[in-house]
Structures are given as structure tokens and as C-alpha cells.
Design a protein around this ligand. Structure first.
Ligand code: THU
Length: 160
């Protein structure tokens, strides 16, 4: 038997203004997209903005459903739209802002496991890293230089 230790690296910024202007702009779009979340059940609103290498910015928000599992997270709403509208464009960055209507969210909220798996598919497909920036409503912003840093032991096409 041997143990395997898995480590990952993130950068954490004190606030969004420490980031370069093009990321500030992208995060602002994510914050705006949060306003379009349809989250009457959880009251947890998530907004996402994706920058493509064709200069398009795609936004998305979580969309809930009375049949709870039929709803979809913001990250997958946005990335599936990007993939379906611009199948040949590469995704450069994704910015995520999450906030609860019940209390103020001040810590960075990472994408859920299912969304990491979905983003990983596109990163592997395009053979170049997708930068992920995530935050709450205010406060610190976490950056992952690649989705791979957020999903060790990814399940990918190599095993099929
Ligand atoms: N949600 C997202 O949009 N993204 C995530 O990565 C985690 C969760 C949404 C799904 C649901 O509408 C609400 O947040 C509470 O789970």
C-alpha cells in the first residue's frame, strides 16, 4: 500500500480590484448575470461570465425548477450555451459570483463538483487551460489557473 498526496494551488486576491482590468470587467458581468438567476427555492443566486478567444462574453445564471433536480447551475448554463453557440472558440476565463438572499456571502464560492466535471470536458477538448475566478458578493477572489487544479482525479475520455 502507498499513500498518494494530492495538492493544488490557488491564488487569492483581497478584492476584485487587485485583478487586471479585463478580469474586473468579466467579474462585473458575472455580478450582473447574478441578477438574472431564477432561484426561488434556494434563494442562492449565481452569475457567471465566460470570455472566449473570439472576444465574445457569454453569461449565465442558475435556473431552478419545482422539480429540484431539473434545475441547472450557472456555470453549466453558461458553458453549454458557449459550447453550443461557438463550438470552435476556446474558453479563456470563467468568472463566478455567488450570493445568498438570506445572508451576505463574503467568501469565494467555488463551482460544484458537477460543474467542475462539465468545465473539465471543455478544457480537455480545447487543449488549453481555462482560468477560473470565483467570489461571493464581496470580498476575496480566488483564482485557479486551470480547471484541472480544482478537479484532481478527473474522469475523462481516456478511460472510455
Ligand atoms: N449553484 C450554482 O449555480 N453553481 C454552483 O456551482 C453551485 C450551486 C446553484 C444551484 C442552485 O440553484 C443553487 O445554487 C443552490 O444550490
Amino acid at each position: 500500500m502507498k499513500e498518494i498526496k494530492i495538492e493544488t494551488i490557488l491564488q487569492v486576491f483581497e478584492n476584485v480590484n487587485e485583478l487586471p482590468q479585463h478580469i474586473v470587467t468579466l467579474m462585473q458581468k458575472a455580478v450582473e448575470a447574478r441578477e438574472n438567476a431564477y432561484a426561488p427555492y434556494s434563494k442562492f443566486h449565481v452569475g457567471v461570465a465566460i470570455r472566449l478567444d473570439n472576444n465574445q462574453i457569454i453569461t449565465g445564471s442558475n435556473q431552478e425548477n419545482a422539480s429540484y433536480p431539473s434545475g441547472l447551475c450557472a456555470e453549466r448554463t453558461a458553458i453549454y450555451y458557449a459550447g453550443s453557440q461557438f463550438p470552435n472558440a476556446k474558453i479563456l476565463q470563467m468568472a463566478i459570483s455567488a450570493g445568498s438572499k438570506k445572508n451576505q456571502t463574503k467568501t469565494p464560492i467555488p463551482p460544484c463538483g458537477a460543474c467542475r466535471q462539465a468545465i473539465a470536458e471543455y478544457e480537455i477538448k480545447q487543449e488549453s487551460p481555462i482560468e477560473i475566478y470565483f467570489m461571493g458578493e464581496t470580498g476575496k477572489v480566488a483564482k485557479s489557473k486551470s480547471l484541472a487544479n480544482l478537479l484532481p482525479l478527473v474522469f475523462d475520455k481516456g478511460v472510455l
